[in-house]
Design a protein around this ligand. Sequence first.
Ligand SMILES: [Zn+2]
Length: 279
Amino acid sequence: MKLESIIGFLEEFAPPRLAEDWDNVGLLLGDRKNVVSKVMTCLTITPDVIDEAVERQVELIVAHHPMPFRPVKKITTDSLVGTMLWRMSRAGISVYSPHTAFDSAAGGINQLIAEKLQMDQVSPLQCSNDGNNQDHLNRSGLEGAGRQGMLPDAQSASTLCRRLCSLFSLPLIQFCGDLDANVSKIAIGCGSGGQFLADAVRTGCDSMITGEANFHTGLEAIACGVSLFLLSHYGSERFAVEALADILAGEFSELQVWVSQNERDPVQNILSVSDRPVD
Ligand SMILES: [Zn+2]
């Protein structure tokens, strides 16, 4: 299978025109004429993820977060990014990153979160940012940043906290607001989605689900009466690269596709009563 065929599918599934202006998406390392038989997905490329890719002779890593993200002037082992790029180049590993195009796609991460919650009347929280005259490309009406929609039943914030832990297989989540408040209209922004709070308020959402947000965003949410549910960055996105591996395997039966087994959330939760991480 030629790498360019896989790229063609990924560009249709998560169109690069949906990516934010500041982002760096698409084929970031490699040769589109290369032949690929093993593909590994991951949230983020780390030395551990590269170890697995080299050991299992992967030709393509589909990493949600771009590597490299910022422009690099040197690819040497004097820096961490240089070391990782050098190792992957020498092992013949290409890198493709869909990032914010995957966040905003019709079948992307924010849509998948809305579907996990069985939400109704789901639409983007912001309109597609691809400028004028391209609305005709947004055939589904589901392309755009973030999501908003209704839970099938109004429930208390504490009930939604427990549901989120169970749906995302998380030992805990963080919450800002009143646990007894009723929640029904939800804004969604995966990863670091604090910038969506203003959109959540503007669209009349009583709640927002994101991965991580800072202290001041938490205070602002409380002041605006928006219940804020924080799943952790990893918790809000890792499930989607697991889903992406399944989608690629379904599309290309000749490929071996899996999600990285070495990848871990870099943040561990330590309880005060124990020095062991919460499983
Ligand atoms: Zn992210």
